[in-house]
Design a protein around this ligand. Structure first.
Ligand code: URA
Length: 197
């Protein structure tokens, strides 16, 4: 219990540091930085790309349109959003929602690494190319999705891609279910041969 409180305190001070961060130019135009949110004991940690317009205003991750898709898919997979930790590769909004640049991802990387280290989740879901590149230095989510790397990182599509292309929805939900299986110690998930490496 005391350890958990310490982890919570460390996550909270990290969030404070992120809110006043000036490590890259994205800090100049932000309204609010978006450190991420979730319990310190989360078994699943989700990584998106970067805050969008709504997140920049709210200071919270995935509260806009991509967030609604994410919420609905989480619900369908039987995952309670309040029990997972949600964050992004980059904590401030890039102008016009462009993809974060390499040096911006680099500047922000220590924050993401610290969050993963503190939470110690059983699975980290990398949603989309930016998160996958930031953490694994790999590109090409279409061919990487559904694969588990270093026994903890599961690659899948970004919810915005699901929003653009409804055909990806089933696969995205299937990957969320696979993450649940991983939490329960089942990998590859028994129900789908697609997940063996
Ligand atoms: N897209 C992301 O990648 N992250 C958010 O927080 C919102 C939209």
């Amino acid at each position: 219990m005391i350890m958990r409180r310490r982890t919570r305190d460390q996550l909270d001070s990290l969030a404070l540091e992120i809110r006043s961060c000036r490590r890259c130019p994205l800090s100049k135009d932000r309204t609010k930085a978006v450190p991420g949110e979730g319990p310190e004991w989360a078994e699943i940690l989700l990584v998106g790309e970067a805050p969008g317009r709504d997140e920049n205003l709210a200071g919270r991750p995935f509260v806009g349109r991509a967030g609604s898709v994410l919420d609905r898919c989480l619900e369908e997979a039987g995952i309670d959003r309040s029990r997972i930790f949600i964050t992004n590769a980059v904590k401030c909004r890039p102008p016009n929602n462009r993809r974060p640049k390499n040096d911006e991802v680099e500047a922000c990387r220590p924050y993401l690494e610290a969050q993963i280290e503190l939470v110690q989740p059983k699975v980290v879901i990398l949603m989309g190319n930016a998160a996958t590149k930031a953490v694994l230095d790999l590109e090409g989510v279409t061919s990487l999705r559904g694969r588990l790397f270093k026994e903890i990182y599961l690659v899948t599509f970004h919810p915005a891609a699901v929003l653009r292309n409804g055909n990806l929805r089933e696969v995205f939900i299937s990957d969320l279910l696979a993450a649940k299986d991983k939490v329960d110690g089942r990998w590859p998930p028994a129900r789908d041969e697609d997940y063996s490496d």
